[in-house]
Write a protein that binds this ligand. Structure first.
Ligand SMILES: NC(=O)c1ccc[n+]([C@@H]2O[C@H](COP(=O)([O-])OP(=O)(O)OC[C@H]3O[C@@H](n4cnc5c(N)ncnc54)[C@H](OP(=O)(O)O)[C@@H]3O)[C@@H](O)[C@H]2O)c1
Length: 374
């Protein structure tokens, strides 16, 4: 297939923190050694992006920036060292980028240049153009081929019948999947996920079920908990009442609990569910801490000691997790889109970004996705 790229393209640009995103016409990027150029088809509107651009989070980024996050696209032009990807290939563009010569230097390409001078330089010098654009130049190793025939093919031909937009649930699941793999969740185990009603935490429930676990979904939002229970026979629910003793007893009654994945947002820093979940873990239980909790917390130290608990912090995921998640989806075990309990709440073009942000603000519950289709 010919590698023809238009000379210019539309991209959203943030000139500085606190400035609104502007739609600009900019030169279309060209592939270089180690990269391909991707036509962006669909990308989730990142829930925290409006706050990040407004400077209301600890994340920083080089300016000007074209923001973005993990997207679904098609290879539009290959580089001189591309060996397997071809023009037209459907791909998932993973925005967790590690420096090639030092994988400890990491950025969240499109919105965070990390927390070290090296990571900030790495992003500023290389990766200031993210996926909220018609085209994006992408590192080869972050461009993951998807089996389009299997994922999007007709079920009568052995396909799973997903639309391109359905595939956007893959990136949403990838983050909690990293946490679940990090504590080696096994089929047949019981895991408590708390909270379980938000964007990433809801996806953690879907991922754990696909991995063969029984899920205890814990949270305060009883409407979403009920929906999870109604949709999945292997989901049990526990309401976070704030009473540690009572909630621990309720959890234990549903156990033994092998594992606990925490995805608490900052505002849940003082929530009692963290203590209840630790206290409910069985002997040799494992806990994965994935939430952004800015303060130090007291943990039930002697319970952890007496029960040989393993506690793991988890930032994002490993490269092997990406491949594994794609396999899980292509096998049909992990359901995407409507079949996976996702709902596309809105779909916006690049020039509708303000409406898109408003919709995103209103759609933060488990399974809700707002799309940008450049
Ligand atoms: N480790 C990583 O690599 C990584 C990557 C991405 C995101 N994260 C973090 O993961 C966390 C979860 O993401 P998300 O999209 O699921 O978050 P979210 O939608 O902001 O929040 C999840 C849930 O938190 C609960 N919650 C809110 N305030 C609470 C409070 N005061 N007390 C107790 N519960 C409260 C709510 O559930 P209920 O109302 O039902 O209680 C809400 O549905 C965030 O902190 C995010 O920054 C981590």
């Amino acid at each position: 297939m010919a590698q023809t790229l238009p000379e210019t393209m539309k991209a959203l640009v943030c000139e500085d923190i606190g400035q609104p995103l502007q739609l600009k016409t900019v030169p279309t990027p060209l592939p270089t050694p180690g990269s391909v150029v991707v036509k962006v088809l669909a990308v989730q509107s990142q829930r925290s992006l409006a706050a990040i651009i407004a400077g209301k989070t600890p994340f920083t980024f080089p300016k000007p920036l074209t923001p973005g996050n993990t997207a679904i696209g098609r290879v539009a032009a290959t580089g001189p060292d591309t060996t397997s990807l071809a023009v037209g290939q459907l791909i998932m563009l993973d925005t967790f980028v590690r420096a090639r010569d030092n994988s400890d230097i990491q950025i969240l390409w499109g919105f965070s240049d990390g927390f070290t001078p090296q990571s900030k330089k790495f992003m500023a010098d290389n990766w200031v153009m993210g996926s909220y654009a018609e085209y994006v130049r992408a590192p080869l190793e972050n461009t993951w081929a998807l089996d389009e025939k299997r994922l999007c093919g007709n079920p009568s031909d052995g396909g799973l019948g997903y639309s391109i937009n359905d595939l956007v649930s893959l990136p949403e699941i990838l983050i909690p999947y990293g946490g679940l793999r990090g504590i080696n969740l096994r089929p047949g185990e019981t895991i408590v996920i708390a909270p379980a009603t938000g964007g990433f935490s809801g996806s953690a429930v879907f991922a754990a079920l696909a991995m063969g676990a029984t899920v205890i979904a814990m949270g305060r939002n009883e409407k979403v908990l009920q929906r999870l229970k109604d949709n999945f026979p292997r989901v049990r629910t526990v309401v976070n009442t704030g009473d540690v003793q009572a909630d621990t007893a309720t959890l234990r009654a549903l156990g033994p609990i092998d594992a606990y994945l925490d995805l608490s947002p900052p505002q849940a820093s003082s929530s009692s569910h963290i203590r209840s979940c630790f206290l409910a873990l069985r002997q040799y239980g494992r806990a994965s801490l994935m939430g952004f909790i800015p303060t130090d917390l007291a943990l039930p130290y002697s319970h952890a000691m007496g029960n040989n608990l393993t506690i793991r912090g988890q930032f994002m995921y490993e490269r092997a997790d990406v491949k594994s998640l794609i396999q899980l989806a292509e096998s049909g075990q992990l359901k995407l889109g409507v079949a996976g309990s996702y709902e596309i709440c809105g779909k916006y073009q690049l020039d509708e970004i303000e409406e898109c942000f408003q919709k995103t603000e209103a759609c933060q519950e488990a399974g809700q996705i707002v799309l940008i289709t450049p």
